[in-house]
Design a protein around this ligand. Sequence first.
Ligand code: LMR
Length: 333
Amino acid sequence: MKEVRKFALIFTLWSILLAPVAGLMAAGQEPIKIRFSHVVSENTPKGQGALLFKKLAEERLAGRVEVEVFPNSIRFTDEQVLLGLLFDDVQMAAPSLAKFRSFSDSIQVFDLPFLFNDLEQVHRFQSSETGRNLLDSMIPRGIKGLSYWDNGMRVISANRSIRTPADLAGLLLRIEPSAVIAAQYKSLGANTFALPFNRVSDGLRLGLVDGQENSWSNIQSQRFHEFQDYLVETNHSFQGYMVVTSVKFWDGLPADIREALQQILAEVSVEVNRIAVEKQRSSREAVITAMGPDRIVSLSDEERAVWRQAMQPIWKEFEHQIGVEVVNAAAEE
Ligand code: LMR
């Protein structure tokens, strides 16, 4: 009986004094897991950015943070990933700016054709107050933007030669799920189909769609050009990304980890944008060589002005949804 009482006393003391400490130690040892899901191949600006983020986070926050990267839509398509963030199935993603329509009207500004002439204008807008505010525009819906990443300007490929906007009439084009991009082609007499990115190659190969628009690195890494006869260098809009997380996950991180991750992302963003410029050049060269230079239509300044004039009415159509001040801020940069 005496033995039993002694055991009970030791057990009670252990529970009061040591168990919470042991619990805390165990909790402290568990690294925070960040699953980062994206849809492109690893050999692209975004693919490289996700890997560099993992490397730096695991080096600088060793034992405290573990990052698992899921490329090529192996875990989620962009159509699924934002819900995945909200349900904590995944903690980070970097969808194209054309994919946030359900969460923020204003982010559609990036889809407007011929609004951005070059990457410098994009960067000036992104770092302006209006551009930075867009990172927070989905907070009421539980999504937080952490950083912008570049890919490049969009060009159009198709199974017939295109030089003028009128040449698009009657084509069925695969687009990203953007109302702006759908309206842009509809106004030129083309139809659109928002296939998920991981279906585009097959869609082109099987002839389900006649063409598509994308950045050079996506065209090359997904081999879209192998199933297309022609390509026109319109450079009509910017294809870039917003690195996002959920407000709940981000706010729940210890402050020092949050700050370290934010610093790492700032460094990774510089590197991603450097790789994007390099890829835009090298992927372009590789695609032109593979297709044959006579299959690539380059536009003169006058021809480009005709495209701009044909597509620009879309700005008016969407300026109230996006916000006139947002469109003006981007246009004036
Ligand atoms: C697309 O769907 O074409 C792109 O958004 C894919 C990507 O992430 O670059």
